[in-house]
Design a protein around this ligand. Structure first.
Ligand code: HEC
Length: 188
């Protein structure tokens, strides 16, 4: 009896195409898993971003805007995706607020001023810190001496300070800003 060792060509081409598809499927699977666990792909804060994260995570010595820590629904002009926010000023910056904890028109914040906006996804989940830190001469300071921080509460970077507020300063320079700060315009 003669054994037919000839491979079925249709079957062979199926195997070859499976061999080609398999790495693509594996790649897609890795992408999906990474998407579900974003911490795998996020960049951990280091350098200036870490410095700003540490400054923002400290909670003592701050004054809340209008002396109130209630969560505010973001304004309709907000460039920030989270629904709620509250903003605090360190002692250096708070010295420039009026008795009601509001910004004074025409104020220029002194060196060492730190303004931290806590961004909340919902009424209980802090997601991100938006930070303005005035430190003239800092390697990541912009022309006005502000260092722009955008760091997630999980320690990853949302926008690197080395970008010097490239995606932020345009909007924060709109009419009615006070040394870039927009709280008074939108929460008078
Ligand atoms: C399209 C406009 C827009 C962009 C872009 C934007 N912001 Fe804002 N930001 C606002 C508005 C409006 C407020 C006032 C509060 C609110 O409604 O969110 C604000 C508030 C803040 C505050 C609190 C102090 C203040 O100005 O009142 C900080 C800090 C801040 N933003 C940092 C950043 C950083 C860092 C970036 C870039 C990564 C950025 N912002 C990009 C509009 C913007």
């Amino acid at each position: 009896m003669k054994i037919n060792i000839k491979r079925n060509p249709a079957k062979l081409s199926l195997i070859t195409s499976m061999n080609k598809i398999f790495p693509i499927l594996t790649f897609l699977l890795i992408c999906i898993i990474n998407g579900l666990m974003p911490s795998c792909t996020k960049e951990e804060a280091t350098g200036t971003d870490k410095e700003l994260l540490n400054l923002a995570q400290a909670t003592t010595g701050f004054t809340w805007y209008k002396k109130s820590n209630i969560l505010l629904a973001k304004s309709n002009a907000s460039g920030h995706s989270e629904a709620f926010l509250k903003t605090r000023f360190n002692a250096v910056a708070a010295a420039k607020l009026d008795a009601g904890g509001k910004l004074v028109d025409g104020t220029s914040f002194p060196d060492g001023s730190l303004i931290v906006k806590e961004l909340y996804k919902n009424e209980s989940t802090l997601n991100r810190y938006a930070i303005l830190y005035k430190k003239a001469g800092h390697p990541d300071a912009d022309a006005k001496g502000w260092v722009w921080g955008y760091v997630n509460a999980d320690g990853s970077v949302a926008a690197a300070a080395s970008q010097k507020g490239a995606g932020c300063a345009g909007c924060h320079s709109q009419s009615g800003n006070i040394d870039y700060i927009l709280m008074k315009k939108f929460f008078p």
